[in-house]
Design a protein. Structure first.
Length: 245
């Protein structure tokens, strides 16, 4: 029997956020220096170039109301949403994966659990995993070593948010405090180190400010409530950091 590819479509169907067509694709990669070798997963609009989806606001299907998305625009010169603060560069990983998907280069997974077997899985390299039915991730993680995951959908009842899988993505201490009251762990973006609540949070050890002393693959702290540790904070970074407000 031929060995199943680790890069494959693990979900193709309606978004749990707004019902629009999306696709989730697992891609085996060790090119990301911050994360290290992990099974990356991209959640994308299946019908729209990720840059155009951002520009038109269609990325709500895979990102919900995440404030990092920026504002939709009809500016003919714009290539993506206005004031987009997200660190993910749409013209790199998301676009490459979407174009390969459009060319039919990814097979439909026959054994999702097998794809994740012995892997370190990153839920949502781009996109919010809670837009995808939970059974997909539970299968992918069933034989995996560990995972990381982040979601802005903790209040979206139509999504598949699960605190056991996801860190709650927040941008303010007030949002973090609300999540902590529910015993959820958070991943908070801050403007400076002085904002970190050291009683509840610790600085991301893979961040520049922490000296990049490890990778996500080795750290594994961002595994939601499956990890018994403080919440994580990180200083705004990447191409969109200047738009973080």
């Amino acid at each position: 029997m031929a060995k199943q590819s680790k890069s494959a479509i693990i979900y193709q169907g309606p978004s749990l956020i707004d019902g629009a067509p999306i696709v989730a694709i697992a891609v085996e990669s060790n090119r990301n220096k911050k994360t290290g070798k992990m099974l990356q997963t991209y959640i994308l609009r299946s019908d729209t170039d990720p840059r155009l989806a951002s520009k038109l606001g269609l990325d709500k299907s895979i990102c919900g109301t995440c404030p990092m998305r920026g504002q939709a625009t009809d500016d003919p010169k714009a290539k993506q949403a206005k004031d987009r603060a997200c660190y993910v560069l749409l013209g790199q990983g998301p676009l490459i994966v979407w174009q390969a998907y459009q060319k039919g280069l990814y097979p439909m997974a026959q054994d999702i659990a097998g794809i994740g077997e012995s892997a370190l899985v990153r839920i949502g390299t781009y996109g919010d995993g809670a837009a995808v039915p939970a059974y997909v991730w539970l299968a992918l993680l069933s034989k995996a070593k560990a995972h990381t995951g982040y979601s802005h959908q903790s209040r979206n009842k139509s999504s598949a948010f699960d605190p056991a899988l996801y860190m709650v993505s927040v941008e303010t201490i007030q949002q973090a405090a609300q999540a902590w009251k529910k015993a959820f762990r958070t991943f908070r973006v801050v403007k400076s180190l002085s904002e970190i609540d050291k009683t509840k949070e610790t600085l991301c050890p893979a961040s520049k400010e922490a000296g990049k002393r490890t990778t996500c693959a080795d750290c594994k702290l961002c595994g939601g409530n499956t990890v018994k540790a403080k919440s994580i904070a990180i200083v705004a970074h990447g191409a969109g950091a200047s738009h973080f407000n």
